[in-house]
Design a protein around this ligand. Sequence first.
Ligand SMILES: [Zn+2]
Length: 407
Amino acid sequence: MAQPDQDRYAHSTRGAPRSLDIIRELVKIDTTSRRSNLALIDCVSRYLASHGVAWRLSHDDEGAKANLFATIGDAKRPGIVLSGHTDVVPVDGQAWSVDPWAATVQEDRLVGRGAADMKSFLGIVLAALPDMLALPLAMPIHLAFSYDEEVGCIGVGRMIRDMQAMGVAPGICIVGEPTGMKVVTGHKGKLAMRAHVHGREAHSALAPYAVNALDYAAEIVVELRRMQRELASEGPFNREYDPPYSTLHAGVLRAGTALNIVPRDATLDFEFRTVPQDDPHRLLARLKTYCETELVPTMTAIAPESAIEFETKSDNPGLHTEESASVVERIERLARNGRGGKVAFASEAGQFQRAGFEAVICGPGSIGDAHKPDEFITFEQIEMGEAFIARVIDEAREGANSRHATR
Ligand SMILES: [Zn+2]
């Protein structure tokens, strides 16, 4: 990974942020979630090695992807986790005006996939590594870079289990998703499920003697809608969220091959997004009870082999940090751009919170510019992120009792 080179962007009207070269190097590596992220992990590993910092990897089952975890300071003391994901969403079908992987500098902004979400945060943290190493830290700083966040926050769980196995003391976790440097304290939890409906196929002229899996999947959709109406009218409610109640949603139904065949199999993808007062597993249990009592008996009466099975696609807890929590005031003081309340997008922060960390989301860039063609981040946001991380490092040096950041 290159060292910062200010002169190459001298044409820019305001000069380049010091972390720009490292951010560009990360953006140039295509880490779309369906691909391996190991090229990026190798790049970061070499950079850490060049500064004498050790790291650990935790791989997925195939060994094609990895989380990277590194600690600067004494990991047995409560510290500050700087958390970010390495993967990005696809560019397929999007109308980009530049190469999404070229990390193009346009005036005072960087354009490329992941520029906002969230390789700038990763690059800012890496560029600050020499500062973290310059003086002893009273609180350790942990770098926690995950895989497969964009497909359901799947990778980070292994890293957290690895951290726990190593005896890393829980402390503060800052997830650097793009919030425009505002401190975000919550998002809903999301449980993503797939129902496999198995019936019996037949010629459609004999439909009453068969079990139409498509029909029964549709019954599940109808029940989800019934549950949604009840949640919207009866709660539980939390006005900090929009919508202020838990939501249910069916996104994909696959069934059938031809009109004159009764479908034997159907799969239905659906999700629950819950407010803090609600539990997605309570909602799932209710749906399962409905299937077992109302649907399966009528299916098996015709075809005993019929069944409805449920597969968990992802289970990401919500983030629910009280606005009055001391960590919120503390990070707001370091980020210096106010609070962002609760947000609609999911993040890894809920998993860190579940593991005992005081977690917030705060990072440069706008989520409104993410996942789109010509995704970008402004130099101003990158520089605000750099100043934030510099103050975090000061805070870590001075230790847990500090209330006086010097920068
Ligand atoms: Zn993200």
